[in-house]
Design a binder for this molecule. Structure first.
Ligand code: ATP
Length: 402
């Protein structure tokens, strides 16, 4: 993969509209000006790309710009691994982490039908730009709720695609750690479009685990062992991704998540205890084979969860025991509501981070009022923010606590 600090993004790409925003990034559509020979794995002559710009956050990063630049270059370099992790702030650490994982994907996974391709990396003053395969087919749940016919067979095909991507990542020793529906995008608008697993900002390669990184994951999809990692115990493995897949599957077949509680603490306890059920009213028409698969994925003991490779042979996943009839209309209606609510919240949280409103807002209740966040979401933001501050952005901590 080419990485040359003297290359400018605008020399090689026409950058156009924003495709989405994340916590530390903005993703834009790009058009390659001329075919390049420095691209990484995948189709080197691809004209349309997605450009994910990872921004550095906070005053500590800005004041140490050149040092951080070389750190990112180091992360791109061969065989350097992750030597500087402990000295950098959370935001820079996350930024470097994504590049390290993407590099590993280029080396050991790409090209793969169900894993996003990284073509190239550029770095300039505005940040680091990941030149990625363009996924123009939309997010997983958006497509499902727009479908005329939604069946278990259709849901099983989705699970098979995600499992296929995970199997390749896991084989390469990569744990995604943030698997959720919004990190699964369709490559194109065709009905038979491949589904791509993406967003490796929180992922880890082999044994590399740090509880600080895990904090940024959305709790709904987080495994019990990842939660206990926050408390200093447990260890995250490829099986943690299988738990997240179990949560996605539960939502796909019911329209609501398996662990619902009033507070984050309560939800955490339910997850740790694996306390969920198949409410008769919603689940009565769902095949027992699907329920059996969910129960095995949502097993609190990671060793007893099936691997991605194993579920690729599961009778429900291959469509053998999955029902072909249209699912109950209420499931799709609930999924629609769940999806709309989730998108609104994600947009609010991304805008809080990216526009620095969060840094400027002096009172927590302003954030709750403006963005209609649930107490647990606010709690998450607050923890994340304090961790950031503790890792070097001290100038903003006092402002936050006012
Ligand atoms: P998060 O804070 O959710 O972890 P992030 O900062 O890691 O987000 P991404 O999730 O990778 O950012 O991207 C943000 C949004 O940009 C996505 O939700 C998606 O809509 C869009 N996006 C990202 N990558 C692509 C791509 N390759 N093709 C098309 N759209 C993309």
């Amino acid at each position: 993969m080419g990485h040359d600090e003297t290359r400018k993004l605008s020399d090689e790409y026409e950058v156009s509209n924003i495709l989405g925003r994340g916590g530390f990034s903005v993703v834009r559509r790009g058009t390659r000006k001329k075919p390049t020979t420095t691209a990484g794995a995948g189709d080197k002559t691809q004209t349309y790309v997605a450009i994910k710009t990872l921004r550095r956050l906070g005053p500590s990063s800005a004041s140490a710009g050149s040092q951080k630049s070389s750190m990112i270059s180091s992360a791109m370099g061969l065989g350097l691994g992750f030597p500087t992790w402990k000295q950098v702030s959370v935001s820079d650490a996350l930024l470097t982490n994504e590049i390290v994982v993407m590099r590993k994907i280029v080396e050991d996974v790409s090209p793969h039908k169900n894993v996003i391709h990284l073509y190239d990396v550029c770095e300039d003053q505005s940040g680091v730009h990941l030149i990625l395969e363009l996924c123009s087919g939309g997010e997983l749940f958006d497509r499902i709720v727009a479908q005329k016919k939604y069946t278990e067979v259709g849901a099983a095909a989705v699970v098979a695609q995600i499992a296929n991507g995970l199997a390749a990542l896991h084989k390469a020793g990569i744990v995604h750690r943030d698997l959720k529906p919004e990190n699964c995008l369709f490559l194109n608008e065709r009905e038979d479009s491949p589904l791509k697993v993406m967003d490796f900002g929180l992922s880890s390669v082999e044994d590399f685990t740090d509880p600080v990184v895990g904090l940024f994951g959305s709790i709904d999809y987080v495994s019990p062992e990842a939660l206990s990692l926050q408390g200093g115990g447990g260890s995250v493995s490829t099986k943690s991704d299988m738990w997240s897949l179990g949560v996605i599957l539960y939502i796909l077949l019911s329209g609501y998540p398996p662990f619902i509680a009033q507070s984050n603490k309560q939800k955490q306890q339910m997850i740790m205890a694996g306390e969920f059920s198949f409410y008769e009213k919603t689940w009565k028409n769902i095949s027992s084979s699907a329920k059996q698969l969910i129960s095995s994925l949502l097993n609190v003991d990671p060793h007893r969860r099936p691997s991605a490779q194993e579920i690729l042979h599961h009778p429900w996943v291959i469509g053998e025991s999955a029902k072909q009839e249209q699912m109950d209309a209420e499931i799709v209606t609930r999924l629609q509501r769940f999806n709309a609510r989730r998108k609104l919240r994600a947009a609010a949280i991304a805008s809080i981070w990216s526009s620095s409103i969060f840094l400027r807002t002096k009172k927590l209740k302003n954030i709750v009022g403006t963005y209609d966040l649930k107490p647990e979401e606010l709690e998450n933001l607050s923890v994340h923010f304090k961790k950031l501050c503790a890792k070097g952005d001290n100038a903003t901590l006092s402002e936050f606590e006012e």
